[in-house]
Design a protein around this ligand. Structure first.
Ligand code: HGY
Ligand code: MN
Ligand code: MN
Length: 388
């Protein structure tokens, strides 16, 4: 029997690990992430699942052929539901349907080191050796970080599963604005990202004449404008691009900045448009560096392709949604990235969304009405019933 109270209780308990006010901080392999993963393994065991922490830090509760999950690591300022909802919903359905379900919390979905690193490794798209060389923004490698969470076994073979279902919050405004309870995902957009370093000449802020400066921050400003202009003819209203991380060196009031490092990330549903955006962005960055007399280094591109969801599974979820929330659900694309993108390489996958209040996520005040969380759980359980 499905136990919504136990499900909400488990979500609240997980929220308590790394809690910051209403939100949570559990970066992949930080002490709170590790504490949460170990506790999860215990909860899996208590539910009759066979717990495994694999070498990449993914936590598995092995049971039946329907795999349900998401991630329990967070952004540097994360919400309490992003990722956790899918894992804890999977656990609740596993308890309700013994022998039907396995559960997983993939590691580093939020990209401390890569982008959806744990599921990328499990799906075979990234080797553990290559992952070990990935670094976070402070220079720590994935290989060094994962030593803090010793593996208890190898990851299960994808062949033991039939299906992957990932429940998640929408993280955008559509369902909340429409007063709807459930989203059935049609496809996940693709993402690309580069890290850029622009270098000029660090110098004295009082004595260096303006015309002799090679100011890295000025070059950054020009690059930002150049990217926006270059993309005007390439994008649609649904395309997005973000400069989300900037580090200025040495970042002091009386020093002309000598170096700036920043990320440029762009997302779109079309693989061809992602490619055209990349050409435009790289050219704009080179042009801005030349115009501001700075040296520039642009990293290799991190790339995840757009991923369509399995249409048969979408129909199963849609039937379940119509029973649990008649007339209050829709099919919709996902603008956020998910582990389902990688798992789609090895299994048929589908996703369902619960509304995000005000469309807020990747922020401490991310939230969802508890009735909507329970509705999503019931839709998931009904769908698993049909698939069993
Ligand atoms: O960035 C994303 O879309 C995901 O939440 N990691
Ligand atoms: Mn997520
Ligand atoms: Mn996220």
């Amino acid at each position: 029997m499905l136990d919504p109270a136990a499900f909400l209780d488990d979500l609240d308990t997980l929220r308590g690990i790394g809690r910051r006010g209403t939100g949570v901080v559990r970066r992949a392999f930080d002490p709170d992430d590790i504490r949460a993963r170990r506790r999860l393994a215990d909860r899996f065991a208590a539910a009759g699942l066979d717990p495994v922490i694999d070498p990449a830090g993914n936590v598995w509760g092995c049971g039946g052929p329907i795999l349900i999950g998401s991630h329990t690591d967070t952004q540097p300022e994360g919400g309490w539901l992003d990722g956790s909802l899918g894992v804890i919903a999977g656990l609740a359905v596993a308890r309700a349907r013994p022998g039907a379900v396995s559960v997983v919390s993939f590691q580093d979905e939020e990209g401390r080191f890569g982008a959806t690193t744990g599921s990328e490794i499990w799906s075979g798209a990234l080797s553990l050796d290559a992952a070990d060389a990935l670094t976070d923004l402070d220079g720590t490698t994935f290989g060094a970080a994962r030593c803090a969470l010793p593996s208890t076994g190898s990851a299960p073979d994808p062949a033991r599963f039939r299906t992957y279902l990932e429940p998640h919050i929408e993280q955008g405004p559509v369902l909340d604005a429409a007063g709807e309870a459930v989203g059935i995902v049609t496809a996940i957009v693709g993402l690309r990202q580069v890290t850029v370093t622009m270098e000029g000449r660090q110098n004295h802020a009082g004595t260096t004449p303006m015309h002799l400066r090679a100011d890295a921050l000025r070059g950054f400003g020009m690059a930002q404008d150049a990217i926006a202009t270059a993309l005007e003819d390439v994008v649609t209203p649904d395309s997005v691009w973000t400069i989300g991380h900037v580090a200025l060196h040495p970042n002091a009031p009386s020093i002309v900045p000598g170096r700036v490092r920043f990320t440029v990330q762009w997302r779109d549903a079309s693989a061809a448009r992602l490619e055209r955006m990349e050409t435009a962005i790289r050219r704009a960055l080179e042009d801005a560096a030349r115009a501001s007399v700075l040296r520039i280094d642009i990293s290799d591109t991190t790339a995840l392709p757009p991923a369509p969801m399995d249409s048969t599974l979408q129909d199963v979820l849609a039937r379940a949604a119509e029973r649990e929330a008649p007339g209050r659900w829709r099919r919709m694309p996902s603008g956020a990235l998910h582990d389902a993108t990688n798992v789609a390489r090895v299994l048929p996958v589908a996703m369902l969304f619960a509304p995000s209040i005000g469309g807020i996520s990747h922020a401490f005040d991310e939230d969802t009405d508890r009735d909507d969380l329970v509705t999503m759980l019931r839709v998931l359980d009904r769908a698993v019933g049909e698939l069993t």
